[in-house]
Design a protein. Structure first.
Length: 203
C-alpha cells in the first residue's frame, strides 16, 4: 500500500480553490496549507476520511514530543489566562457560524465534543471547517477534498488565523518552528495511520 505524500503549499492553493469557507473568512490570514495525497481514495471518500481522522484520537495517541509541547502550552495558558472561557468562541469571539449564509447554517456541523478544542462550523460533502479562539488568536482549520494526480483524491488542510493584536502575531511567529518540526509531522503520521487502519479493518 502506497503511503501518503505530504506537501506544504502556497496560500494561493487555498485562496484560489472554490471553497465555501471564503464567504466568512475575508478578515483571516492563511497561515498554512498542506496537501495529503491519499493513494486509492475516491471522490466520495471525504466522509470516510473525516471519520478516520476523528477515530485517530487526540493527544493520547501523539508521540511524546507533541504531547510535551501541548502540555507546556496548556500550562502556560492556565498561568496567563489565555484559555479562559471568556476568551473563547461565543464570548470574546463570535462564532463564524453567525456569519454563514442560510444554506450553510442549516448544513450538518459534524459531531461536537467538550474534549475537542476545535468547534464545528459546517461539514459538507467535500469540505469541513472548525474553529477555536483564545486570548492569542482565532483559528480556523479547513479540510477539503480535491482530485489530484493519477485520479487519486487528496486531503487539503488550511489553517486560517486572526491574531489578537500584536501579542497574537508574536505568538504565532514564535510557535511556527514547533508547528513545522514537531506538530504537523506528528499529526500527519497519526492521520495516515488512522486512514490505513480504516482500510484494513473488516467491512
Amino acid at each position: 500500500m502506497r503511503g501518503w505524500i505530504v506537501s506544504r503549499l502556497e496560500a494561493i492553493a487555498h485562496t484560489e480553490a472554490k471553497w465555501r469557507i471564503h464567504e466568512v473568512t475575508a478578515d483571516f490570514t492563511v497561515e498554512d496549507v498542506w496537501s495529503f495525497s491519499t493513494p486509492g481514495a475516491g471522490p466520495d471518500d471525504f466522509p470516510a476520511m473525516l471519520a478516520a481522522l476523528r477515530a485517530a484520537g487526540g493527544l493520547d495517541k501523539q508521540p511524546w514530543p507533541a504531547k510535551f509541547l501541548f502540555a507546556v502550552r496548556w500550562k502556560l495558558g492556565a498561568l496567563f489566562g489565555w484559555d479562559k472561557s471568556s476568551a473563547g468562541i461565543g464570548h470574546r469571539i463570535a462564532s463564524l457560524r453567525d456569519r454563514l449564509p442560510s444554506d450553510l447554517r442549516t448544513a450538518s456541523t459534524g459531531p461536537d465534543s467538550d474534549r475537542m478544542p476545535l468547534k464545528p462550523i459546517y461539514e459538507l460533502e467535500r469540505e469541513a471547517a472548525r474553529e477555536m479562539a483564545n486570548k492569542t488568536v482565532h483559528t480556523v482549520m479547513h479540510l477539503g477534498w480535491l482530485q489530484g494526480e493519477n485520479d487519486d483524491y487528496e486531503l487539503r488542510m488550511a489553517v486560517l488565523v486572526k491574531p489578537n493584536g500584536s501579542f497574537g502575531r508574536r505568538y504565532m511567529a514564535a510557535i511556527a518552528p514547533l508547528r513545522y518540526l514537531i506538530i504537523y509531522p506528528a499529526l500527519t503520521r497519526q492521520w495516515e495511520r488512522a486512514w490505513r487502519d480504516r482500510e484494513q479493518s473488516p467491512g
